[in-house]
Design a binder for this molecule. Structure first.
Ligand code: FAD
Length: 505
């Protein structure tokens, strides 16, 4: 008899990756537990840049407005010269929204506030992280994983079907699985600290000694708080105090100013920069997501974003498999996400080099809107496309109008745990309804009207085309009217089976 599991998934680590994973499973009603060895939530600002693609994901999770209300945009940078004069520069591009890309500018939100909003969302969905609970060991077999948990109160053994390692850069799970983590230590150590400061305005990101690693120090006002984040490279072996007095001295030494005072430190850390990528993202029933799978320098603000997106990619797949889809679906997780991390490591290291030269501009390449999975086994294109987005690309937004007259954005229609099938002037009756699939037809007689042509511009479809959008907002399949069979077998492959028509009556 097949083993039954009360808890399907154990998520280890309640940082940004573990929380995103938990939200994705909770939205789909999957029984899971989320454990965190720390006794309380992390209280530092470190991952403070939220990229446009992550904003789209947060919109789908139902938390974007709350996140925006908490944070703000990046301020203009003020670069000081040795004589105290300065130049103001915009180096984080702020662009206007377009119909296809409604979020165009990175947001600044201290990581602890982002995680606070994620925990609140999780609570709304009926779940919470178990703080003070540590994964102490695990063994897996063909049916499931036996995990040993330890807390101050007691020890516990639990059986789950799947284990998700969201346990950060020093991942216990990665080590226990024996997964290699090759890469390099970048020979740079830095201080990061959240502090109360007087002597600096809050409308600028104050940068002193740019381009000189021995003298650099940056003080950035943290949106949504009264704090500044200090960032400063330090010697590899330097013995450094991180209290208010020591940081005031460091600031005075590097800025030449005696009027900047640190009054209190709410969080501080001295860390060494690494660029490393796990050899494997999955071993049997255990997965690695977030920093457990990749670490890199903070330049370009990619880490938290990539971590959330790992979870967003794996979450729906794991839920689908638990609900009966083929386990082959899970192979696409590493296939899709590891190349993204590989490219991101290259980007953040390149930006670090530019930063060391004092010349770092961050444009579209950090926005993560161009991430896609065109080489994935989940990308189906029939016939091959010659223009516009391909299977595997991010599905653009498009403002349209519902047949009843109300404005309707595609992103509103995507929001939720389902797949979305869009037929452009297609014949609705050629695709049978399936649980978990929302079908819309665009054009005369359809439920959506592309009255301003935004869908046509963004997708460049031919009449009769079907565009199948995955639950994570990527195009799974793009097929023409005559390829109904290919679409049908794709839907079956991902666990979307038709019901008999009688079932609908
Ligand atoms: C200075 C700095 C600036 C940064 N700036 C940015 C930025 O602007 N944008 C950006 O996107 N990223 C940035 N990052 C990176 C970002 O902070 C990380 O990528 C992100 O925190 C990764 O999230 P995670 O959930 O994978 O890991 P973590 O946040 O490290 O969470 C892992 C959790 O697992 C828990 N854990 C570990 N072992 C166990 C166990 N055995 N049992 C139970 N729990 C366990 C840990 O306590 C921890 O809470 C920055 C990082 C630094 C250091």
């Amino acid at each position: 008899m097949k083993e039954q599991f009360e808890i399907q998934v154990l998520i280890c680590g309640a940082g940004a990756a573990g929380l995103a994973m938990a939200i994705e499973l909770a939205r789909r009603g999957i029984p899971f537990r989320l454990i965190e060895k720390a006794d309380q939530p992390f209280n530092g600002s470190r991952g403070k840049g939220l990229q446009p693609r992550t904003q789209e994901i947060f919109e789908d999770m139902g938390i974007l407005d709350r996140i925006v209300a908490m944070g703000g945009v990046y301020p203009t940078e003020r670069r000081y010269r040795d004589d105290g004069s300065f130049t103001d520069t915009v180096s984080v591009e702020q662009n206007d929204p377009t119909p296809a890309e409604p979020h165009q500018s990175p947001l600044m939100v201290p990581q602890w506030l982002t995680e606070q909003v994620m925990r609140e969302r999780l609570l709304e969905l009926g779940h919470r992280a178990e703080f003070g609970c540590e994964l102490a060991g695990f063994e897996q077999d063909a049916e499931g994983v036996s995990v040993q948990l330890g807390s101050k109160a007691d020890e516990e053994t639990l059986r789950v079907r799947w284990l998700v390692g969201a346990d950060g850069g020093r991942s216990f799970i990665r080590h226990a699985l024996g997964v290699g983590f090759p890469g390099k230590t970048l020979g740079i150590r830095a201080v990061v600290a959240d502090v109360l400061v007087t002597g600096l305005s809050r409308d600028r990101w104050h940068r002193f000694g740019d381009g000189d690693m021995l003298r650099q120090i940056f003080l950035c006002p943290l949106a949504g708080t009264e704090l500044f984040q200090i960032q400063a490279p330090i010697g590899l072996d330097a013995d450094i105090d991180l209290d208010a007095q020591a940081l005031t001295t460091l600031v005075a030494q590097r800025t030449g100013r005696g009027d900047i005072h640190i009054h209190s430190v709410s969080w501080a850390s001295a860390y060494t920069m690494n660029a490393r990528l796990a050899d494997q993202y999955r071993v049997g029933r255990a997965f690695l997501i977030g920093d457990a799978a990749h670490v890199h320098p903070p330049t370009g603000g990619q880490g938290l974003n990539t971590s959330v997106q790992d979870a967003y990619n794996l979450g729906w797949k794991l839920a689908a498999v638990i609900n009966g889809a083929s386990t082959a679906l899970l192979d696409s997780y590493e296939q899709e996400r590891r190349p993204v991390a590989e490219a991101m490591l290259g980007l953040s290291t390149k930006l670090l080099d530019a930063h060391q030269r004092g010349d770092m501009r961050r444009g579209r390449e950090v926005h993560q809107l161009d991430i896609g999975y065109p080489d994935s086994t989940l990308a189906l294109e029939q016939p091959e496309r010659t223009g516009g987005p391909s299977a595997g690309d991010r599905a653009p937004d498009a403002p349209m109008r519902g047949a009843a007259g109300k404005p309707q954005r595609l992103f509103d229609l995507f929001q939720g745990a389902h797949w979305t099938l869009l037929g452009y002037g297609a014949e609705r009756s050629t695709v049978r309804p399936r649980p978990g699939l929302h079908i819309h037809v665009i054009g005369p007689g359809g439920d959506l009207q592309d009255d301003q042509g935004h869908f046509r511009d963004a997708y460049q479809p031919a009449l009769g085309d079907w565009v199948l959008v995955r639950p994570d907002g990527y195009i799974g399949a793009f097929v023409s009217a005559g390829e109904g069979e290919a679409l049908k077998s794709y839907l079956a492959r991902v666990g979307l089976h038709p019901v008999e028509l009688e079932d609908l009556t």
